[in-house]
Design a protein around this ligand. Structure first.
Ligand code: PLP
Length: 382
């Protein structure tokens, strides 16, 4: 026991330094960090342009609140929506908070309350975001939840079609369910959702908190699907390690919030804006994104080779990759991999999730594969 509440099951190491993909613990041991702080450190640890952006901004001004003009927020919003069908941004501090804003906008815009989300989704821990999350273990003990969320099976077109009526304000989903086990949306399901939303004036909210900012090889994962969301929530990679989040939306939602209807004191904080601008200037480049795709494909191929004789399924998009071990519990793998110098995170009880920095090198991927092969394969074969 210590002076912290007991809401995390922490690994027994303390990371004190990092550069790129490599982190060091307090005992001086090095690891390949394939967690990226849960998909946050898209440019790895201590990326020089983020360090510079934060240092320079910290000497100018730390905080202004949204009482005043913010040209930095405007520029960042323009960079985020450039070449997309989206038009405006609202900045906040966490993924859950971004989803709260999206849910509030969808309800206010439509005047309806009912929102469809999916089983095994994850949208955050605040009341609205938790209620949107289709996982009982996240709800347990906290009820009553926010009313009017319905959880449907993911990728089930028939069930979705049968659940549509005129009470529905929004459909909310992840393109790849991250926490829920790295489950990508099928093409068929994406097409069905887009059609249903367009035909019934239903707001489409895509939660890109984990999949966004280059993680899947495009700026946002929805770009690889038929989905054309009205609202997109972002966090994690958006600040590259600085707590920062936001929602993007189309112009039809511009009048939904008026001054005073929604806000957050820290949202669009100058330090976060400066770091996020540096993230976006680096990640939203065709060459950079192309490399993420190539590295993701390389990693998936290697994993398929390693596990070719095992009942293991490798899936994901870009550098958001899940290794599904079926009935086998992955918790012992996480600690054995850590001992061998590779940090990974699970997604549910049976899936190992690989989330290297988008800047990971092929050499580091090969090293991680070697560790996975020697640690995990030997356990499976045993
Ligand atoms: C992590 C995550 C969230 C919650 O983000 P926080 O910053 O922890 O509030 C929401 N949605 C998805 C898809 C996530 O992966």
């Amino acid at each position: 026991m210590n002076a912290l509440f007991n809401n995390y099951s922490r690994r027994p190491i303390s990371l004190v330094e990092g550069k790129g993909t490599i982190v060091k613990d307090s005992e001086g041991k090095s690891y390949l960090d394939f967690t990226s702080g849960i998909a946050v450190l898209c440019l790895g640890h201590s990326h020089p342009s983020l360090v510079k952006a934060l240092q320079e901004q910290s000497e100018k001004i730390w905080h202004t609140s949204n009482l005043f003009e913010s040209p930095g927020q405007v520029k960042l919003a323009e960079s985020l929506v450039k070449d997309l069908h989206l038009d405006h941004a609202f900045f906040c501090n966490s993924g859950a908070e971004a989803n709260e804003a999206a849910i509030k906008m969808a309800r206010k815009h439509t005047g309806k309350h009912h929102i469809i989300t999916f089983e095994n989704s994850f949208h955050g821990r605040t009341f609205g975001a938790m209620s949107a999350t289709g996982q009982e273990k996240i709800h347990k003990g906290f009820g009553p939840l926010v009313d009017q969320f319905t959880y449907l099976p993911f990728n089930d077109v028939k069930r979705l079609e049968n659940s549509i009526d005129d009470s529905i304000a929004a459909i909310m989903l992840e393109v790849v369910q991250g926490e829920g086990g790295v489950n990508p949306i099928t093409d068929e399901f994406a097409e069905a959702i887009q059609k249903i939303c367009s035909e019934n004036d239903i707001i489409l909210i895509v939660d890109e908190v984990q999949t966004g900012i280059g993680r899947t090889g495009t700026r946002f994962a929805f770009e690889q699907t038929a989905l054309k969301p009205d609202l997109v929530s972002m966090a994690k990679g958006l600040g590259g390690g600085f707590p920062f989040a936001g929602v993007l939306g189309t112009s039809k939602l511009y009048d939904t919030f008026s001054p005073g209807s929604h806000g957050t004191t820290y949202g669009g904080n100058p330090l976060g804006v400066a770091v996020s601008q540096a993230v976006i200037d680096t990640v939203f480049q065709d060459l950079f994104l192309e490399e993420v795709k190539e590295k993701g494909a390389y990693l998936v191929n290697k994993l398929n080779e390693v596990f070719s004789n095992e009942p293991v399924i490798v899936r994901g998009k870009g550098l958001l990759i899940g290794i599904d071990f079926g009935d086998v519990e992955v918790a012992p793998f996480v600690s054995k991999l850590e001992e061998a110098g590779l940090l990974v995170v699970s997604a549910g009880a049976h899936v190992l999730r690989l989330l290297p920095p988008l800047t990971v090198s092929y050499e580091e991927i090969d090293q991680a594969i070697n560790i996975l092969e020697s640690v995990v394969l030997s356990q499976l074969v045993k």
